[in-house]
Design a binder for this molecule. Structure first.
Ligand SMILES: Cc1cc2nc3c(=O)[nH]c(=O)nc-3n(C[C@H](O)[C@H](O)[C@H](O)COP(=O)(O)O)c2cc1C
Length: 318
């Protein structure tokens, strides 16, 4: 079983990827999406989204980080993918799932699911350009308005040359509304032979078990659940694989005593104090889903204006 950290724009940046990579349980990572709309992007953009390119596209712990591109112009997507690979990206992931109105209006993200032949066109253009050097993967939803074409979408990704497919088990219209329809992933998986990663609403080890059974997949992608429980991937592997992973999971003490201070220090060094403040509020709020103590921390810092104010509740180098 392989587990991927599902990309989350505005959430999973290089600092978070570094932390999740150190905690363990994940086999590979994907950047936030880089929009390709008008031209070949300068190298600085790729380094900004994927600082790991300075380390051969790997986290400090050594896990690969695929660069995610979003766009619909075949040639431009291929050109930008080539630049990312020239800079050291160990894989390219193509986004066909983004539901944002502005992105869809510009013919990007989930909008292409309405025309599976365009999904195939983008994947094929990118795979022809860089597929002999690195894996090219695709991330899709079950469809745009309905699920009628989910199998065509899966076949389009495979025919285009994708080496694996990640499926968020909802349509664009369904947004993030529960439930995720894992059994539809099985229909897609049966129609293709590349590995499929099942994604959407896997919050617990029990969910993972049910998702694997219903989707008929061996691989998973975790997004929001990993943000609220950073050791979920480890817990899934240690409970579902015959060879248990060494660590059963993280406690609140691990998070508050080590990972949150590390997160604050690394985020402020990499970005800024204000950004670290914003991200710490975001993470403690999300951790509150799994750890009630995190909600108490969030409640006491949510109105803080300066990072230094957090030092009364969280220990970090001030
Ligand atoms: C805030 C947020 C940002 C996201 N950004 C991306 C993105 O950049 N690329 C992408 O392919 N999916 C993105 N997604 C979708 C997730 O990767 C994932 O498919 C979705 O959240 C369902 O999985 P989950 O229930 O495990 O979170 C995003 C989701 C959220 C909530």
């Amino acid at each position: 079983m392989k587990i991927q950290l599902a990309p989350m724009e505005g959430v999973f940046d290089s600092v978070t990827r570094d932390i999740f990579s150190q905690i363990g349980g994940f086999d590979h990572f994907v950047t936030e999406f880089i929009r390709v709309s008008a031209h070949l992007l300068p190298s600085s953009v790729f380094y900004r989204y994927c600082p790991e390119l300075h380390n051969q596209g790997r986290t400090r712990h050594g896990d690969p980080v695929f660069v995610q591109l979003l766009g619909s112009d075949y040639e431009l997507m291929a050109l930008n993918a080539e630049r990312a690979v020239d800079l050291g990206a160990p894989g390219i992931d193509l986004n066909f799932g983004c539901p944002a109105k502005r992105v869809n209006q510009h013919e990007g993200g989930a909008r292409l699911l309405q025309e599976p032949e365009r999904v195939e066109g983008v994947v094929s253009a990118v795979a022809k350009r860089v597929g002999s050097r690195v894996p090219v993967t695709a991330k899709v939803r079950l469809g745009y308005e309905n699920k009628d074409h989910c199998v065509d979408i899966a076949k389009a990704a495979e025919n285009g040359g994708a080496t694996h497919l990640t499926v968020h088990a909802r349509t664009k219209i369904e947004g993030y509304k529960p439930p995720a329809h894992w059994h539809y992933i099985a229909k897609m998986k049966r129609a293709i032979s590349i590995p499929v990663y099942a994604n959407g609403d896997i919050w617990t080890v029990e969910d993972a078990k049910r998702c694997l059974a219903l989707s008929e997949c061996e691989n998973l992608a975790l997004g929001r659940s990993a943000f609220s429980n950073p050791s979920l991937a480890l817990e899934i592997k240690s409970q579902l694989l015959t060879v248990p992973a060494p660590s059963p999971g993280l406690s609140w003490q691990d998070l508050s005593g080590h990972w949150l201070p590390y997160f604050i220090e690394t985020t402020r060094q990499t970005y800024s104090d204000q950004f670290a403040l914003h991200r710490t509020k975001q993470w403690t709020k999300n951790l509150g889903r799994q750890f009630p103590e995190a909600l108490d921390v969030f409640e006491s810092i949510k109105r803080s204006q300066k990072l230094q104010e957090l030092s009364s509740v969280l220990t970090f180098r001030d």
